[in-house]
Design a protein. Sequence first.
Length: 506
Amino acid sequence: MELREFLRIDDICSTLKQDIVPLIDPSDFAEMYSEGGRPPISPVVLTAVTLLQFLEGLSDRAAAFNLRYRIDWKIAMGLEMKDEGIHHSSLSRFRDRLAENDKASYAFDRILAHLGKKGLVKSGGKQRIDSTHVIAKVRELTRHELICETLRLFCEEAGRTKIRSESVIEIVSKYSEKQSTYRLSDQEKRESLHSAAAAMKELIAWVETTSVLQKLRSNASFLTLKVVFEQNFKETNDSSAVATLELIPIATGRGHICNPHDTEARFSNKGGKGWLGYKAQVAETVPEDGGVGFITYVDVNEATDFDGDVVEEYLAEQQAQGITPTKVYADTHYNTAQNIEHASSVGSALRGPVIPLPATETTKEKNRGFKANLKKRQIVCPTGKKSVHFANHRGGKVYGSFSNLDCRPCSKRVICQPAPRGKCILMHPTNELLTKRRAEMATVKFKKEMYQRNGIEGTISGLVRGQGLRRSRYCGKAKTRIQIKFGGASANIKRLHRYYEIERQN
């Protein structure tokens, strides 16, 4: 009996051998390896092992162990029984190379293109998209922990250089060790935080004013130190004109570093639940009755990013793959007026609820009928009079004021109730697309159509339970993107295998 006969057709490794491994071209990885040295491990093997690793939820050590002893793995990759496999650290180095060469999406794109050739993912179909949170590998730190840990990482680097300043030597010696607030009073914690801030300031000045520290100046730990200092402290002058450091009350949100070990992880809050990490975007085809849907888009962005900002990139990627959908079902955050217009311009209809009409002054009887024209920068009253002043206001609102010469003889001034100097109004500009969609949302037909969006919740749940989507296995956005992309690719392999099983049963 030949070795390949041990692999049954209902084994997922059979699908991997038949459909996936032939898609991986070793020449596509040529730029990842320099000439010379020992021969590299085949990128075909490394890619296939990584896919199987996410298929079965294995660690690097377990994946390397399986490659050495599992017959089905060896058959899928075309290896001989005596093949000794790889060292588990090879998988980590392979991910490093993928991140450095921007090839995180290689396996996912190849599999998606293969599904397109087989007619399982077509242009002109229906898709749905949603997002979920991804918790970072690092934990959220208190303000004191953030400052001291940032200092410690830099002091470890600075300790390897020659330091001539006694004050800097003292700082490096102190903060090279972990600082604890255990059993410290509130006053002692404040004093410790102030001392750490002063140490940060002195270290920054030392590096930037010492010419021989050019290399240290470009070090990642120093750049992190500068950003953390700027985001958490500001200098103020007291009555004696002496500069003091003051703690900024809020230091989280867009662009703020929350942990020096993963400077790209951000703290965000949605639905009353906060997390430190990233956000994953997932799109899939809407399957027909009894069919199988496939993931067409999966990526990672910052936790503080607005969901609607990914629509343009998502549709562009679908166009590049030749699978532009005719309809895309999404929730409120994706269905902005700008996104609906953009989707329409590329031949797609973005379907879903929009934000309800804001409860503003325009809901009152005296302000009804006013319309804002953003292009002409003016507000028009119900009688057709135009505002003499126009200005943008925060929160997307616009402000307009009308001349008293227009308001005084107006027949509707009893309803409008203008001020003595003329009518003034602060309002949200109306949008015909959103107004039409809001009216459509009240119909039974629209509500039934939205049932097709619900399946994306199950897909995300499957990715969380099956591919570990909820928690990042690695530090940094680039490595997390590799995890998300390989997770989506392995999920598509499972779905392709299920499709074959359904076909055999029929």
